[in-house]
Design a protein around this ligand. Structure first.
Ligand code: ADP
Length: 683
């Protein structure tokens, strides 16, 4: 039932001499309000027809029209149907036209009183669609084309055209419409002209004054809108610059630097700080600061957090805290805060938490210093909060990246291990396997082989089988230790006993393998407390270190094993040799898996390159440390490690050393170590 034609066009058709003009929405609002006020202020019964285009019939408008309805009974309001706007006949007539009616694009208001008339007939001009974010600013500048006039003839024509539409949508109002036509002389143009002549006498002053007031109001609204747009733009620019910094760098230091500088500058504060912190941190070290005036810098200072009631308030509430001036009871009630504001000349203080998933990860602080207090308005606070959010995201992003890098490094290390393993397997397993194969084939194919040669073949095959076994065993041991699948049987142990066991295993190996060992000396105080460790693993560490020392020291050299109390909680063990030494840049690398100075493929001393990696895993397993020292090439090496002492037995002095060591402690050379040290040459 909708009528697609335009009322404005119908009017121009009826009165072809009329010329249209462009009005902004703000002007139409002011004109409409001035016209409505004229009805409210006047004594005459007027005919009022308002068409609200596609605008919502706001509560405020509804209220105005109810008031107008109490002044006159000929009030018609046309608008698009909404939940709150339907056809109805109450104080005024409500006419809901179809959404695709020509009226949906038009804005009309006609006021016809016996001695005056005004009318506004406009149609919105089509413009390119605007972004949703522009709407608040653009709404007031929407443009309309049409006519605003006091002319009675025009007003009567428009009233007639609009009442025709009302008649279509609300046939039930037929009688009332006829009454309006008769009362206001809409069908008698001559009468209309007569009344128009009378209108010349009406004083336009009050109307103009109202109009100016409404125009001023709309201007004021515009200024406010522009201000908020400018603030929003400032905020967006700031957030953008920080977002760009985040995009360009994953280094939190760069991001904090940019954020603190931009935020401090934009808000013109005396001091702006950004730091990372957790809710439980006792204090924060200040590294990122903006100083706007000549105030003392906090850079490098330790900033109290747990002792700061404002920080505690932020932690408890998860929200910003504002102190406008020093009369704030939070300041006056805390001697710590009084001292802080005095020392750092703070007058107004803002703390905004940097949160990530409701966890505190940092803080943004703004200080205003000097006599005048500073009040941060809602827009400034919104800006600081926006920056705090960005900083939170950046921090987490940077952390995630760092973790990723760590993971990458671990992956690369794993990959290196895998490659090493392949190299080792290729050489270490294939070489002895080939040797074993050759020996066995020769034995099998040559039954007449002389017994001596047969013996050599068998020994060689056995030795290589042993090498393979050691490699497989070491590799499995290290895997077990690294994966944490080891069960530690920790107990209080006498170090001597473990040393004896380790030395005897080295001897056994030496006898079966190389034979000649360097001289081995033990320097361990008799009153050494018991240590707390898993005995089996402790013997393993000692054996490997002593084994290495013997392996890399010529038979004429010396290997000394020393132990002493370090502090009151641990024992330090040293395995010192006079062998080939380790260059200073390799002192840490020797603990890497598969590290061998000559490289696995050119190894001359045997071994797998896994021994020290195993030792480090074991020692760190009981909470100790292990490290190497050396004077350099051919200057010998020292391997140190620590073991916690068994505290319960701390007072307990080791009883007698194992019978084996005791029997060999006869030389009594006390040239080094404490006077109570036993210096025990083993061989
Ligand atoms: P390997 O089975 O090769 O001995 P380790 O992990 O025990 O494996 O040692 C790794 C490397 O550290 C050795 O190959 C050697 O180059 C170096 N190294 C270990 N102990 C000593 C030492 N006492 N003197 C000199 N070099 C040593």
């Amino acid at each position: 039932m909708s009528i697609p034609t335009s009322v404005l066009e119908e009017l121009l058709h009826a009165l072809p001499l009329l010329r249209t003009q462009i009005y902004f929405k703000s002007s139409l609002t002011a004109l409409s309000h001035a016209m409505e006020d004229q009805v409210l202020a006047g004594a005459e019964q007027a005919l009022v027809i308002a068409c609200f285009q596609r605008e919502r019939f706001y509560r405020q408008e509804a209220h105005r029209y109810r008031r107008i309805g109490t002044k006159t009974d000929q009030v018609y309001v046309l608008a698009s149907p909404e939940t709150e706007f339907q056809n109805s006949s109450q104080i005024q007539e409500a006419i809901a036209f179809e959404p695709d009616d020509g009226l949906a694009k038009e804005w009309h208001l006609v006021v016809l009183a016996p001695n005056y008339s005004t009318c506004l007939v406009c149609r919105e001009k089509e413009v390119a669609p605007v972004k949703a974010s522009d709407l608040p600013s653009m709404d007031q500048s929407r443009r309309f084309e049409g006519i605003w006039t006091f002319d009675r003839q025009v007003s009567c024509t428009v009233a007639r055209l609009l009442l025709e539409r009302v008649r279509v949508y609300r046939p039930d109002l037929e009688e009332k419409i006829e009454q309006a036509i008769a009362t206001y002389g809409l069908s008698e143009p001559d009468k209309a002209l007569e009344a128009a002549a009378r209108f010349q006498d009406v004083d336009p002053g009050p109307f103009v004054q109202r109009l100016v007031t409404y125009l001023q109001v709309s201007q004021h609204k515009l200024v406010k809108t522009y201000r908020s747009i400018a603030a929003q733009e400032r905020r967006e620019r700031l957030v953008n610059s920080i977002t760009t910094a985040i995009r360009q760098s994953l280094n939190p230091a760069d991001i904090f630097q940019v954020a603190v500088r931009e935020l401090g500058g934009a808000l013109d504060v005396c001091r702006c700080l950004i730091y990372r912190c957790k809710a439980t941190d006792p204090e924060a070290a200040i590294a990122y600061e903006f100083l706007g005036r000549s105030v003392k810098s906090l850079t490098g200072e330790v900033w109290p957090l747990q002792e700061n009631p404002l920080f505690q308030e932020v932690v408890a509430s998860g929200e910003r805290v504002i102190v406008e001036n020093l009369t704030d009871p939070r300041i006056t009630g805390s001697t710590r805060l009084v001292a802080l504001v005095q020392e750092w000349q703070i007058e107004s203080w803002l703390m905004v938490p940097v949160l990530y998933q409701n966890q505190l990860v940092g803080m943004v602080e703004l200080h205003h210093c000097g006599r005048e207090e500073r009040q941060w308005d809602a827009e400034e606070l919104a800006m600081v909060e926006a920056i705090a959010t960005q900083v939170g995201v950046a921090t987490l992003q940077a952390e995630a990246y760092a973790n990723l890098e760590d993971l990458n490094e671990q992956l690369a290390a794993l990959d290196r291990t895998r490659s090493n393993l392949i190299a080792i397997t290729g050489h270490e397993l294939r070489t002895p396997l080939s040797t074993i194969q050759v020996c066995l084939e020769s034995l099998a194919s040559d039954p007449d082989m002389p017994p001596e040669l047969r013996q050599v073949m068998l020994s060689t095959a056995l030795a290589d089988a042993e090498r393979m076994r050691t490699l497989v065993q070491d590799f499995l041991t290290l895997s077990r230790l690294e994966s944490g699948r080891v069960e530690w049987n920790t107990e209080a142990l006498p170090l001597h006993e473990c040393l004896s066991l380790a030395i005897s295993s080295v001897h056994t190996r030496a006898n079966t393998e190389t034979g000649a060992l360097p001289s081995l000396t033990l320097e361990v105080p008799e009153d050494l407390p018991l240590v707390r460790a898993d005995g089996e693993w402790l013997v393993e560490v000692l054996s490997k270190l002593i084994d290495n020392a013997c392996k890399f020291t010529p038979s004429g050299g010396k290997v000394t094993i020393l132990a002493q109390l370090r502090g009151d909680r641990e024992v330090e063990v040293k395995v010192v040799d006079t062998g080939r030494g380790i260059s200073s840049d390799r002192l840490e690398t020797v603990f890497d898996r598969f590290y061998q100075e000559e490289g696995a493929l050119r190894r001359s001393t045997g071994g797998t390159g896994l021994g020290l990696a195993i030792c480090r895993q074991i020692v760190t397993g009981w909470g100790g440390q292990i490290w190497a020292k050396s004077g350099g090439k051919d200057c010998g090496s020292q391997f140190h490690f620590t073991i916690p002492i068994a505290i319960d037995n701390a007072a307990e002095v080791i009883p007698n050393p194992s019978p084996r060591s005791k029997s060999k402690s006869s030389k009594g050379d006390r040239s080094s170590g404490s006077s109570r040290n036993r210096r025990t040459p083993i061989r």
